[in-house]
Design a protein around this ligand. Structure first.
Ligand code: MIC
Ligand code: SF4
Length: 649
């Protein structure tokens, strides 16, 4: 038998179900990661499971999202996370140590292992031949407790890379090309596996740029083989004993093969307001630029920043542009500080930001009204930068630096400059002093867990009602992202306080939603969300399910729902329905009363099609469910937490 690399790693970790594409399987998780914005809830949920320590090979808690610390909330959360890590045997990466995905790649990722992270860009570590998956915090909490992670056994797409990248064309352009081919929808339940001769010349950080932004296609994860480049990277991180070669069998069967000749690629950009809106940079040349932001978990590696420094050295920033640079980790920052590149960036006029998410999530350096901002990050959803009227273009560090040099979008091939080809260092600077390792058992028990006033226990949900008597509380269009459902930016600091954060559900689309939903919930009405295509794109934030649950949402009816969000809805007892006939979307209106008699029984019996009656219009609408037996039980219990607690009783 020949296997894909994906199948090899998954089969190696299979603990439940049969390996058959499209069916639900349970896999063992070796490593977990959390970040602070999703982590507080994940650890509150972990605590409620009553275990004495994590059961994984390695669990790391990072603080990288909410590092702004305006007010006490963030600092309280950080201390809670630090004490929880101490108590339960978890590594703690302190604020300032870097973005979770960058640091995990540098210090912890290992070929052949599974990693579950409460952040949608966890697939970054697929660059190290791991099966690295983003999930909601509750799924990660269960995995930390030693429970299996349930997922759809994937279809595997082979992305066959041939040739060599020309000057000025980089890993970011490879993933933008993949996004052009695959788009941001329709890839749920697939994995992208990279192979071909072109892979050999891509370093691990370059591979990680590609697997990171693979998240934007909606695939479960992306991964590269473990080869000589992987060995070099691990050796340069003083971890060469952790290397093991891994690749797909030669005759492995793929569900789809995509060929990309790297030599044919050109610099690309994702235009506003979607990572899937791919345009050649040459088509946009001359567009005036107000801001350039370099960093994020996609493009903030040592090579990325050295390329930028090489282009900007000895030159200066044009007056109309503001430039921000956020090195991805303390390792990167220290290395560019020691070799002088940091000083080159400062002389050029760059503003240096903390090694954290910062601008990427819209909690700092929001651009001016109606501006054009060029960013090396992975998402340009409308308003995500913190400025609703801004036009954000996503590009490689080289294209971003060219814009900072010229004040307009510029194809770097027209700069009349030699491409500063930077090699991956043979040795990275190793200093793990900002990572607090787990303590011995007797020390762990002495740690008292700090809980500031911003930390509130996750609210409980009721078991599923017998009949559904609801009202459409909101009707939204296609491509509604989790940034629309549960805005981050300046609202992020309320992540650990569900009643407060719930005041902002759907704020960018309908600021009155929370009030209306609360009022209906209090009258015993089950709230319903009606949505278009690809509902819940983007982040893994489970608050986009948890807060609607708190507001009494019991069902989402959409044309299609993205993977992580659909799983989060189930985890919080909200039924994810799709339309049998998409045209029914047009007939449903806000405030229509919806009824499903025998709701609970239908879910219990595994009915795949359920009829709802719109009492306002008298119309009958057929709704589809695609739920495993396990998911149906979770829904009946009112969510994964009550289900897990009940199962363990
Ligand atoms: C994002 O990039 O949108 C985030 C912020 O990293 C999220 C996680 C979160 O909402 O905390 C993600 O990608 O999952
Ligand atoms: Fe942080 Fe941005 Fe990466 Fe999300 S996408 S983890 S906000 S850097």
């Amino acid at each position: 038998m020949s296997f894909t690399l994906t199948e090899k790693i998954l089969r190696d970790h299979l603990v439940d179900g049969r390996y058959e594409a499209g069916k639900e399987i349970g896999i063992r998780i070796d490593q977990t990661l959390t970040q602070d914005a999703t982590g507080t809830m994940a650890y509150l949920q972990f605590e409620s499971m009553g275990l004495s320590k994590v059961e994984t090979e390695l669990s790391v808690s990072y603080v990288d999202h909410n590092t702004v610390q305006v007010g006490f909330e963030n600092a309280d959360d950080h201390r809670y996370l630090q004490t929880i890590a101490g108590r339960y045997g978890i590594h703690f990466s302190r604020p300032g140590n870097g973005i979770c995905h960058q640091v995990h790649l540098e210090r912890f990722g290992r070929p052949g292992k599974t990693l579950l992270g409460s952040d949608s860009h966890t697939p970054t570590c697929g660059g190290l031949a791991m099966i690295a998956i983003g999930a909601g915090g509750l799924d990660v909490a269960v995995a930390m407790g030693g429970g299996a992670y349930y997922m759809t056994c994937p279809k595997v797409i082979k992305v066959n890379l041939e040739g060599k990248l020309p000057d000025w064309v980089t890993a970011k352009d490879v993933i933008l090309k993949v996004l052009e081919e695959l788009s941001t929808k329709g890839n749920v339940g697939c994995v992208c596996e990279y192979g071909g001769d072109g892979v050999r010349d891509l370093t691990v950080p370059e591979r990680a740029t590609i697997t990171n932004m693979g998240a934007e296609t909606g695939v479960t994860t992306s991964l590269f083989p473990s080869d000589e480049e992987t060995r070099k990277f691990l050796a340069a991180q003083e971890r060469k004993d952790q290397w093991t070669p891994l690749e797909a069998d030669e005759n492995a069967d793929y569900d789809r093969v995509m060929d990309i000749d790297l030599s044919d690629l050109e610099p690309l950009m994702a235009a506003p307001h979607s990572p899937g809106k791919i345009v050649p940079v040459s088509d946009l040349e001359g567009t005036a630029v107000d801001q350039v932001m370099i960093g994020s978990c996609t493009n903030s590696s040592y090579v990325d920043l050295m390329t930028v420094a090489g282009m900007l050295r000895g030159r200066s920033l044009v007056p109309g542009v503001s430039l921000g640079v956020a090195p991805g980790s303390r390792q990167v920052l220290m290395m560019i500080a020691e070799n002088g590149a940091l000083s080159d960036l400062l002389s050029f006029g760059a503003r240096i930001l903390e090694s954290a998410c910062g601008f990427c999530i819209g909690n700092s350096m929001s651009p001016k009204t109606d501006s054009v901002s060029i960013r090396t990050s992975n998402r340009n959803f409308k308003g995500r930068s913190g400025t609703p009227s801004a036009n954000v273009y996503l590009a490689s560090p080289a294209v971003a630096a060219a814009a900072a040099l010229k004040g307009e979008i510029t194809d770097p091939r027209n700069l009349n400059m030699e491409f500063p080809r930077v090699k991956m260092p043979e040795r990275f600077k190793i200093d793990d002093s900002m990572i607090i390792p787990p303590l011995p058992a007797e020390e762990r028990l002495k740690i008292s867990i700090y809980r500031g006033p911003n930390i509130g226990a996750p609210p409980a949900n009721d078991p599923m009602p017998e009949d559904f008597k609801g009202k459409i509380a909101i009707k939204v269009e296609d491509y509604v992202t989790t940034d629309h459902i549960m805005p981050a930016g300046s609202r992020l600091k309320y992540r650990s306080n569900v009643p407060k954060y719930s005041e902002f559900v759907f704020e960018p689309l309908d600021p009155d939603f929370s009030r209306r939903a609360t009022e209906q919930r209090d009258r015993g009405i089950h709230n319903v969300v009606v949505a278009g295509v690809s509902y819940g794109q983007g982040s893994s934030r489970e608050h986009a399910a948890l807060c609607p649950m708190y507001l009494g949402v019991k069902a989402v009816i959409a044309k299609s729902i993205e993977r992580i969000h659909a799983a989060n809805l189930v985890n919080f007892g909200i039924v994810p329905f799709t339309f049998v006939a998409e045209s029914d979307y047009d007939f449903l209106k806000r405030d229509d009363e919806l009824e499903i008699s025998g709701f609970r029984a239908a879910i219990e019996d595994g009915d795949e099609v359920i009829e709802a009656l719109d009492r306002t219009t008298g119309r009958r609408v057929l709704l589809k469910t695609d739920l495993s037996e396990r998911q149906r039980k979770i829904l009946i219990a009112g969510g994964l937490l009550p289900y897990t607690v009940r199962k363990n009783m």
